[in-house]
Design a protein around this ligand. Structure first.
Ligand code: IPM
Ligand code: MG
Length: 372
């Protein structure tokens, strides 16, 4: 398969983790005989430094002529602590989601058995966790009208949803549930918000055409509690933009590190793949960032294009690195392995993760074969 992939590494640790995801995709090209054409473009604070715009026209144009976008991270402390900043790096990501029509953000939350002791939650609570969040991504309070009074003392953000916006992601979530354990939980705040009552109405109606899927409802405050009390009760969670943002960070705690969670954002025409973690500016340039969330995002890209065997090979190789403790310090405090060691290990075992018998640890950092 020939795929044009736009690379938007972005800020902070973005470039380091994207480099490892690309190394893995190149290993997939070599192993399975595909052709991936990579083109890089700036976004976020990096793009603001170069052009003044967090989403330059050329970057958007590149994304539109590519088959998929692989995105790193966005955000810079120079803007985080300045409430008066007129332009922010995050606006680049939000505009990109809107311009590409990426209305559905898919965030799987799974516990890797080898990492069960990394979670701050007890083993018996988290074992068996395997759910996926369908977060609406181009509507709601993120994109509603914003207002600030002239004297600056009053502000508002409008949370607006229309029936078509809800129904298009609801169908995707029901279809996903049908292929999984056939349970869909709509998370909202229908006891207070009118927009949530619209979500309930639309989703309930759509649910009638998916009789095999059991639909239930949770208020978001209760859902936040249930996710850490009993995460294995969930299969597919469907929710609006901001609730999904918050719950997916909460979900990342279950697996022991936010550095493990990938995501896919899809629309009718375009698709983008990105780790759910932020730009971790304190870690930038130190070779300590966990590349696994980006590598698994690349695996979601392969899956999106129907490349099942290739997806499995990447996931197996990631599991191999976890099993052998070839991990960054977020997963093992005194780990001697850096971002590039972990990425190199995973990339170099994409072709043979099944046959792997043992490793020569001395070679990991040297870019040589790690097979004994
Ligand atoms: C995410 C991030 C973004 C969001 C930020 C960087 C704008 O937190 O993708 O979850 O809020 O959507
Ligand atoms: Mg977030």
């Amino acid at each position: 398969m020939k795929l044009k992939i736009a690379l938007l590494p972005g800020d902070g640790i973005g470039p380091e983790v994207i480099a490892q995801a690309v190394a893995c995709l190149q290993a997939v090209e070599d192993t399975f005989g595909h052709q991936f054409i990579f083109s890089k473009a700036p976004v976020g604070a990096t793009a603001m430094d170069e052009t003044g715009d967090p989403l330059p026209e050329d970057t958007l144009a590149l994304c539109k002529r590519s088959d998929a976008v692989l995105f790193g991270a966005i955000g810079d402390p120079r803007y985080d602590n300045d409430p008066n900043a007129k332009i922010r790096p995050e606006q680049g990501l939000l505009r990109l989601r809107k311009e590409l029509g990426l209305f559905s953000n898919i965030r799987p939350v799974k516990v890797f058995p080898t990492l069960i002791s990394n979670s701050p939650l007890r083993k018996e609570i988290i074992s068996g966790t395997d759910f996926v969040i369908y977060r609406e991504l181009t509507g709601g309070i993120y994109f509603g009208e914003k207002y600030r009074s002239e004297d600056g003392s009053t502000a508002s953000d409008l949370c607006l949803y229309t029936e078509p916006e809800i129904s298009r992601i609801a169908h995707l979530a029901f279809k996903a549930a049908k292929k999984r354990r056939k349970k869909l939980t709509l998370v909202d705040k229908a006891n207070v918000l009118e927009s949530s009552r619209l979500w309930r109405h639309v989703v309930t109606k759509i649910g009638e055409s998916y009789p095999e899927v059991a639909l239930n409802y949770l208020f978001v405050d209760n859902a936040a509690m249930q996710i850490i009390l009993n995460p294995s009760q969930f299969d597919v969670i469907l929710t609006e933009n901001m609730f999904g943002d918050i719950l997916s960070d909460e979900g990342s705690v279950i697996g022991g590190s936010i550095g493990l969670l990938p995501s896919a954002s899809v629309g009718d025409k375009y698709s983008m793949f990105e780790p759910i973690h932020g730009s971790f500016p304190q870690g930038a340039g130190k070779n300590i960032a966990n590349p696994i969330a980006s590598i698994l995002s690349a695996a979601m890209l392969l899956d999106h294009f129907g490349l099942k065997e290739e997806t499995d090979a990447v996931v197996k190789s990631v599991n191999l690195s976890l099993k052998n403790g070839i991990v960054t310090p977020d997963l093992k405090a005194k780990s001697q392995y850096g971002t590039d060691d972990v990425g190199h290990f995973i990339a170099s075992h994409i072709s043979d993760a099944d046959d792997y018998r043992g490793l020569n640890r001395e070679n990991i950092g040297l870019g040589k074969s790690t097979i004994i």
